[in-house]
Design a protein around this ligand. Sequence first.
Ligand code: EPZ
Length: 419
Amino acid sequence: MDKILIRGNNSLRGSVQIRGSKNAVLPLMAGALLTEETCTLHNVPCLHDVFTMDKILTQMGVEIEFTGRFMTIRTPSNIVPYAPYDLVRKMRASFFVLGPLLARFGKAKVSLPGGCAIGTRPVDIHLKGLEKLGAKIHLENGYVIAQGKLRGAEIYLDFPSVGATENLIMASTLAEGVTKIYNPAQEPEVVDLANFLNKIGAKIRGAGTEVITIEGVKQLGGCEHTVIPDRIEAGTFIIAGIATNGDVQVNSVIPEHLATFLTKLSEAGAEIEIGKNYIRAKSPNRILKSISITTLPYPGFPTDLQAQTMALLTCAEGTSIIKETIFENRFLHAAELCRMGADIKLEGNTAIIKGVECLKGAPVMASDLRASAALIIAGLMAKEGETIISRVYHLDRGYERIEERLASLGATIQRIRED
Ligand code: EPZ
């Protein structure tokens, strides 16, 4: 398993091109199951999770061409609507194929995704919504077996689950009649999915608001669609710039997708310049002020930037507070940061971060995708010593060649390949 070696204390300077969003492209790939026509995606990021979704679809019989950042997907009518455990367990987003398979083929057998490091990650909201649409669902040997003709319904989500919202939007596009989803997720990735589906002939209104209305249609066509930029990757690079007393500009982004996050960074004293499709972040000429953060569904502070922000705040003045309300176990990076000299106390879903003078390099272990990004940021911040991060396969799931792109900004960072 590869490792990442970092010698910190270099200020990052320069600009970096942000790739297409992982959390947009995965549901878009699942959405292509709804139609026999060819769907073409541009700005597809080159990530392990995209390769996994590609595998899940192609083993069903879906035809995928993926070169560079360009992907075409065609789903013939004779595919096998089945997603096996050994692939689904690697990536929870595989579960997003359930809704489209059921809508198009009237049946599906999809492995339950199981939990992961950050939480048990149940799928009860997905299944309850699909049953409201008329699906007959039963669980057998760790698989969801679903079948039935879907009919429009009024669905209220107990929690604005991103995946459940996406699964239910896709399922409703071919249901008979009108579906209304109340309390849906409003994330930009949900809106991007709705825009893609409307391009292939779906009739979806209200994505990004508190009620989404989907009028079922008989059949869907093909389209070309450009994946929105990855707001979490952009936020990660912005934090890396500020954390190293640097000056980093992220290009090809949609600044409004990061509004709450940027407001909090400004509150900490960072200098943020917002352009039409870029964001430039400069560290102040003094240590950052401590802040309090609560992660919330969009447009609140994103849980996917919580770990990276915690790393940043380890050296802010005073005491910062982070409350994680989305996942029940998303502080695994805290212990690793403490091994580098941070002073973090956990009380339930709240982390109390007391600012320290500086971090020191140490061998640390990644536990999940965003925790690994937090450890990279901490390694870049360390004033002395070397940081060696193990289990970086977590990182490669959601960041494309991040060590090369950070090195281009002036970081002393390299990947140690281990077979
Ligand atoms: C999506 O995961 C993202 N993944 C996650 O990003 C992100 O952290 C999350 O949304 C929240 O924004 C993709 O889009 C591929 P949820 P998802 O359903 O859909 C509970 C990353 O780092 N819940 O909104 O799985 C669940 O346990 C990843 O890029 C239920 O209880 O998230 C969690 O506590 C990590 N029952 C909360 O809701 C359900 O049926 C949010 O989950 C579904 C969810």
